[in-house]
Design a binder for this molecule. Structure first.
Ligand code: FE2
Length: 179
């Protein structure tokens, strides 16, 4: 069984705020602040540590969403976050993208925030794909990209990014809460 929830932050985090975060991400990538050993471009910057209102609001929205998902407040050990900027050109074989977010001794709750989707893409295919019973089992669930919303799920759930069909860039912010 797969359990995930969406949380809509469009009242607090505006279009303008999202555009500024996209600009921040572009600058990081231009400065080479991304992992060279993983598919392009995942920032090696903990974006929630950027001291502007945009990023602080986004961090708080993640924490709120995670607590709402658990229906309780929990002691947080760490929160990690990064941005991911991708397009069709940089897309590799999608089979290599399946992954989990597991950290020894800690429970992980994960989130994906849909910051900006390429114009004209099919949002129902460009969100996050889940393999609720593992990659081998095959019964995958493709969840839509909902701009301005967090999708929250257990870090142990196998997942991969949705399908890229445009050379315009797709921007998401991902976060893990360890409890
Ligand atoms: Fe992930």
């Amino acid at each position: 069984m797969l359990e995930y929830e969406f949380y809509n932050w469009n009242n607090l985090i505006t279009d303008d705020s999202r555009k500024r975060m996209v600009t921040d991400i572009d600058k990081m990538i231009d400065n080479g602040q991304y992992w060279k050993n993983s598919p392009p471009y995942q920032t090696d910057v903990n974006v929630f540590g950027i001291p502007t209102a945009d990023w602080i609001n986004l961090k708080m929205s993640f924490i709120w969403s995670a607590f709402a998902y658990m229906q309780q407040e929990r002691q947080i050990k760490t929160v990690k976050s990064w941005a991911y900027k991708t397009n069709l050109d940089t897309q590799e074989n999608r089979d290599i993208y399946w992954h989990q977010h597991i950290r020894e001794n800690n429970l992980v709750l994960s989130g994906v925030y849909y910051l900006q989707m390429p114009e004209g893409t099919d949002l129902s295919m460009s969100g996050t794909e889940f393999a609720p019973n593992g990659v081998e089992a095959g019964n995958y669930i493709q969840e839509s990209a909902k701009v301005g919303e967090w999708i929250i799920f257990p870090g142990k759930t196998w997942h991969r990014p949705g399908v890229l069909e445009s050379n315009n860039w797709r921007y998401i912010v991902a976060a893990d809460m360890e409890i």
